[in-house]
Ligand binder design. Sequence first.
Ligand SMILES: [Zn+2]
Length: 727
Amino acid sequence: MKFPLRLPSAFLAVAIVLPPAKVLHAATTEVRQTLSNADITIDISSRGPSLSSIHRLDTVLRNSVSEILPTSAEVNGISTLLYWHFVPALAPTDKRKAVFVYESDTPHLRLSWEWQARADHGPLEHRITVENLGTDEVWLPMVDSLHLRIPYPTGHKFRHFYVEKGADTPSAVGTHLDDITDGYTWTGKSSTYAFPQKSEAREIIPAEFVFSSDLPNTGWFAGIEFSGRTRISLHRSDNSIETVLGLNPEPGPFRTRLAPGETFETPTVFLGAFTGGSDGAANQLHSWVRKVLGNPATWNDPQYPLTVNNSWGGGMQVDEAIALRMIADAKQLGLEMFHVDAGWFRGVGDWYANPQKFPHGLAPIADAAHKQGLRFGLWVDWTQAGLSTNPGALNVHDPKARDWLVSDLPPDWKPEEFKGETVDLGVPAAHDYLEKEVDRIITDDHLDMLEHDGYLVAQGCIRSDHPHAPLNQSTAKITHDSGFDFVIADNSTDVSYHAVRAYYDIYTKMRRQHPGLFFEVCNDGGRMVDFGSAAHADYFSITDTYDPLSNRRAFYDTSYMLPPAMLESYVEKWPTPRLENFLYMLRSGMMGWVSIMIDTTTWTPEQHNAARNAIALYKEKLRPLIRDAQLHHVSARPDGIHWDGMEYWDPARRKGVLFAFRGTIDNEESHAFVLAGLDPAQRYRLQFQDHTTPDTTATGRELMSRGTSIHLSHPLSSELAFIEELK
Ligand SMILES: [Zn+2]
């Protein structure tokens, strides 16, 4: 849901240029290693250290730069140059994992440079850790996660593919394919805020695909498994392409504290190589995210992704009577979860059921859902403090909590209806308190799913007694808006680094303590869609605008990066004068996880019946494909005017489906969709769910060249064409 935000003025970026790393090597100590899986092979060397080459099939890419290791550190206020020496005895290596270890004597630090293949397919992962082995506190400068410079012959052409987050409302573009001409310079940023500022590009889901035009549809991709402030930069000059991935160094200078015994970890990055164009990369990522980052308990749940009834259709009004009525109707419709959205609590930071609305608490509501065979989910903005003085509430004036807040509040500060002041999760005492609070809410309210909304990670923080770096008061920009503090400063990236690690720690523990529990990442509607969240939660609200076009646009973009089952669309009330429009509305939100956000008791009997059939069809025929099949973007990105479509094809089941949507266009009643992923030599049957088009058979070659034509008489209508390979 939407929060009022005040946008900051643009800040000045500060670029820090470091001298080259100093790594001391004895002449005989170079270790070379090859890591591989079925999709990619890399050669690495302890000299540098460096990744020297990337292989896929017959293609070899050379990398001409070593990793940039930190060149200096600060101890007791004095900057000291670091001299790293390779420690071969500490380099455990095998075909799937390599760790090259370097040490600095003064200060005493150990740096581990790691590569790993965690699956038989998909990308490899890389991270750098720095451990403080000394007895003094050490301040480290920025350590990037990965740095590559790949030389190419003169005249070689490239394209760069990336997608925006659906934060707030998907933009008119969403999916980008740029030509990488000489001099091309791009930086994509990700944080948990994703402000659509006019002065800056929209935030991206932190990954990049780079295509080579000499080998059409072939290239490499890389991304970041972290939810804090990160960036990916890409630049072309002198016949090479250079990219850097890692924490966002701006507005710098970045520095982070390492107490004795502490370890700093760069955000883990993944690096893959692909064929088959952007859908080839996307399908590789889908199965890799599921296998490597995904929660096995979630993917082993046969109901995942669930069909849900969410209470926000009635806004903040939800109460016991409305909830029980919605549960009964959800059961009637065949839905599988009842999800109470905002409006149920006593106050912001006071996450107990409002006694006027829920005199018996929430547990009996959860139990009523369970009795009907439904699961029970709950919206919580659990990192927020407010003004409630009830026992158990997190109050901004409580001396215990006051120092957890990211800044001092004006005396007349008041929270919004469901938004208060974010506490800094990176503070150990705040982390411990909120871990207990999340556990209490899950346990006491009998939850099967917890949705977190609001801004979970502090954007910046003025406190100097927190684990993160203190901010430079003279360069910081601090703005107060009713209920919202905006702090952007040299320490913002380090604040996010600590808060995100605390968030991951809490969710890791909750998963262990509550097996089978689902986590929804909403974070103000699609602002925290990244690969770190994907490793710690189960599905994403992908946008905060819920009409059919916005849902399809957000799905179109996001499904290039993450498995469709993890992508939730909220379906909101929308004008549906005809039943065809009603189905168009539902199906626009049914390509991944579907949550109906409409008071379904207001539907006509005809709509009710159509929805029940659509949900049954989803569970029987669509869900298995959404979980397991390959996805093909078989149209341009939806514009609401023309036709658009999405194809699932499961090579194992030899079944698939084409979602077809007709926009507002009134002079195009038929449209041919060119399919993908089929066997040209095989024959396929196409069955049209609504009988808008006669069932037919065709060869894969025909379907992948001239396509299959669909006829829809009405604008804003849809069809599902089920595809089956004939024996
Ligand atoms: Zn702080």
